[in-house]
Design a protein around this ligand. Structure first.
Ligand SMILES: [Zn+2]
Length: 473
């Protein structure tokens, strides 16, 4: 079984092999924690989870790094309006990101470095780039000199002439040598000091640009060359081009060997969903509308191949919930049904074929929708065999193994711990009773007790809802 991945750099599916045998170094662009994550971003984050899980299925150990951008212009603006520091401002959004990831059952990366905790690494890399004449200081800002990096544009297959003509960069900084040069470092303004957003550097006090953080933090945790770099397709240009330019100009090594890009979540017109679709913008909106986070997970990773656009709709989420229900019901039925005296040879053969085909689909550039489609066809066949009492002990083992194969990627079958829902509902009723009798201390105690067990309560118009939260420190 050979894993093949579509490498944006070459535009082709390639056989994947990491530099170090058995170990994959992977960097994925994480959230900017200026607000709650948009469902479009969640699609990319769950794609990272799919890559990671399949690498593990394929027998690799992974070192996965996902950065947290806790400084950028939006964060500065918002913190200023809120009259707080950037560090205080981002806290709830960072916590919400980890809650989202936990309720969507994304496996945790090995490292979640924060940009503001890696300023020295960024300053070092910028100093190297200035020394190599790939960067220059202009009025306290530092820019990368794109003319010094002939490979610029290779990832997004832009030619440099086209890049100049079509430069989307506003030419508002006349001290740049070229409009497409991008900022590595921004000079500190007096208000940045109050926000806690200014650091010393040999080239002047200031703060880092966005692109440099990924180059500096990936080097810190994964070295000069990564096996896989991944992100949403909207990051390909300019962000990923800029990462390549910075890293390769500083390190003189290939930055990332394989680039994987996941497509947009689309709006009704097929374009990138940037605002709310039918009122849904965040996971919180979807959950408030009654959608199960695991149906959202299933929809985001299994409804379409990661390189196809997919449109979020209520119908699609209901269909995903129905597929999750069918999978759970089937798994449960196979376990419960007493084994027939003899195994069905034909069923055994088909189950083995479907397991192999499922694995092959995943090995073929992570084609989970195709694998799931094949498995669902087989589940129909197996249900008929169960109806007819033809499923023997070995058939059951093989069918449960197929379910396990699928759940290694989907992770939607495992239920909450038994009895949890009933226990939580009972405590919610107790808390309501306490509030009615104006015993607010007791009501708060119940809420805190649930919180310490990883359950958050939300008062809504339709009563109290509860959801799982991760306990991130
Ligand atoms: Zn990045």
């Amino acid at each position: 079984m050979t894993l093949r991945l579509h490498n944006t750099l070459t535009g082709a599916k390639e056989v994947f092999a990491p530099l170090e045998e058995g170990h994959v170094r992977m960097y994925t662009c994480g959230p900017t924690v200026w607000n709650f994550a948009h469902v479009g971003n969640l699609r990319a984050f769950l794609f990272y989870d799919l890559v990671r899980r399949h690498l593990n299925v394929a027998g690799y150990r992974t070192t996965h790094v996902m950065n947290l951008t806790d400084i950028d212009d939006r964060i500065l603006d918002q913190a200023m309006h809120a009259g707080t520091t950037i560090a205080e401002y981002v806290k709830p959004y960072e916590a919400a990101f980890f809650e989202n990831m936990a309720s969507l059952r994304a496996e945790r990366a090995e490292h979640y470095p924060r940009a503001t905790e890696h300023i020295p690494e960024m300053v070092d890399m910028i100093s190297t780039l200035i020394k190599h004449e790939n960067a220059y200081v202009a009025d306290g800002d530092v820019y990368f000199r794109i003319a010094s990096f002939p490979k610029y544009g290779a990832l997004s297959h832009l030619d440099r002439a086209g890049l100049k003509a079509g430069a989307r960069v506003a030419a508002d900084k006349y001290d740049k040598e070229s409009v497409s040069d991008f900022a590595l470092w921004k000079k500190a303004h007096p208000e940045d000091e109050k926000l806690g957003a200014a650091w010393d550097a040999p080239f002047g006090r200031g703060r880092p640009g966005w692109h440099i953080e990924c180059s500096a933090m990936s080097k810190r945790y994964l070295g000069d060359t990564l096996d896989i770099h991944s992100g949403g397709v909207d990051l390909m240009f300019p962000h990923h081009e800029n990462e390549i330019a910075q890293s390769e100009a500083a390190n003189h090594k290939t930055f990332a060997r394989v680039w994987l890009h996941s497509e947009f979540l689309a709006d009704a017109t097929g374009e990138k969903m940037s605002k709310s679709a039918g009122g849904f913008t965040t996971l919180r909106d979807l959950v408030a509308a009654g959608h199960d986070p695991l149906a959202v997970r299933f929809f985001l990773i299994a409804n379409a191949h990661y390189r196809s656009r997919v449109r979020l709709s209520t119908e699609a989420l209901h269909a995903a919930a129905e597929q999750v229900r069918r999978l759970r019901e089937f798994a449960d039925r196979v376990k419960r049904t007493p084994a027939a005296e003899t195994d069905d040879g034909e069923l055994a053969k088909r189950t083995a074929e479907v397991r192999a085909a499922y694995r092959e689909a995943l090995d073929d550039d992570l084609n989970l929708p195709q694998g799931i489609g094949l498995a669902f066809d087989h589940i129909r066949e197996a249900n008929a065999a169960l109806d007819a009492g033809r499923v023997g002990a070995l058939n059951k083992v093989a069918l449960l193994a197929l379910i396990d194969d699928m759940d290694a990627h989907l992770d939607v079958i495992r239920a909450e711990e038994p009895g949890l829902a009933a226990e939580v509902e009972r405590l919610i009723a107790e808390r309501e009773e306490a509030r009615r009798s104006r015993d607010f201390a007791r009501a708060d105690r119940i809420r805190d007790d649930l919180k310490s067990r990883g359950i958050a309560l939300e008062d809504s118009r339709d009563g109290v809802r509860w959801r799982r939260i991760s306990r991130v420190t």
